[in-house]
Write a protein of this length. Structure first.
Length: 250
């Protein structure tokens, strides 16, 4: 007689930090032999997997997978109906991204070559041991997870590249004030337009020619009557700065 066990005295705090139990993989069994299918489902349950459904034809397998997407499908190649397991596996992979493991008693090279075209994750010959079954299932689940993560990374990179702005083509620019017209018809300062359509940023200062022309100050800091500003500037620069926001411009 089994001795009753006392209730656990685990505190709420320790329960909160207890690692969540891994959710079992959900597997679709596609097998037209009832006895074989029942035995396979029992073995999968003993290994800790969950059965998402049982199909006896390729058409039924696709219907079940579309209604309730499994994590993996165990597929017999020779099935009832017009669609064999190879064609069903191809649709499961291309449309639903469901990994497929073929289970078959047929070791014919021609059949194997056709099966390769559907990109199965494994090919097990009947009869097989539970250790082989578990190893191939775990490897297929892992490979499929890596593929999904890689595709997501590629999508993220493509989105990032699509958001990168580049300047190209003919730009409408005013011959007098040098403002540039954007795609919405607004006229912007050149620096504002470039900042809006690229990752470039501007810092405003004076070139030596403009410093001498407009402020009678040379690039070395010499001035006709006073050198107070030039004394505070480094050699080759001028202690003057234009701010980018001009109230008369957008």
């Amino acid at each position: 007689m089994t001795t009753p066990q006392k209730p656990s005295s685990t505190s709420p705090a320790s329960t909160l930090f207890t690692k969540a139990k891994k959710k079992p993989a959900r597997i679709l069994v596609v097998e037209d032999e009832a006895i074989t299918a029942a035995d396979l489902q029992d073995r999968l349950g003993a290994l800790g997997y969950e059965i998402s459904g049982w199909a006896t034809s390729g058409e039924e397998a696709i219907e079940l997978a579309r209604a309730d997407k499994p994590d993996l499908a165990l597929m017999d190649i020779m099935l009832r109906g017009k669609m064999n397991g190879i064609e069903a596996a191809r649709i499961l992979r291309s449309e639903l991204a469901v990994p497929v493991i073929f289970l078959t008693a047929n070791s014919n090279d021609a059949v194997l070559d056709k099966a390769k075209a559907s990109e199965p994750f494994a090919y097990l010959l009947k009869p097989f041991e539970e250790r082989q079954l578990r190893t191939n299932i775990e490897m297929a689940l892992y490979k499929n997870k890596m593929e999904q993560e890689r595709e997501e990374l590629i999508r993220q990179l493509q989105d990032a590249l699509a958001k990168v702005k580049t300047l190209s083509g003919l730009l409408p620019i005013c011959a007098w004030c040098k403002d540039v017209r954007d795609d919405e018809g607004y006229w912007l300062r050149v620096e504002k337009y470039v900042e809006k359509n690229s990752a470039a940023k501007f810092s405003h200062s004076l070139c030596p020619s403009c410093a001498e022309k407009h402020f009678n100050t040379s690039a070395t800091g010499s001035e006709g009557n006073s050198s107070k500003e030039s004394d505070s500037a480094e050699e080759g620069e001028i202690a003057f700065q234009f701010w980018p926001n001009n109230p008369t411009k957008k």
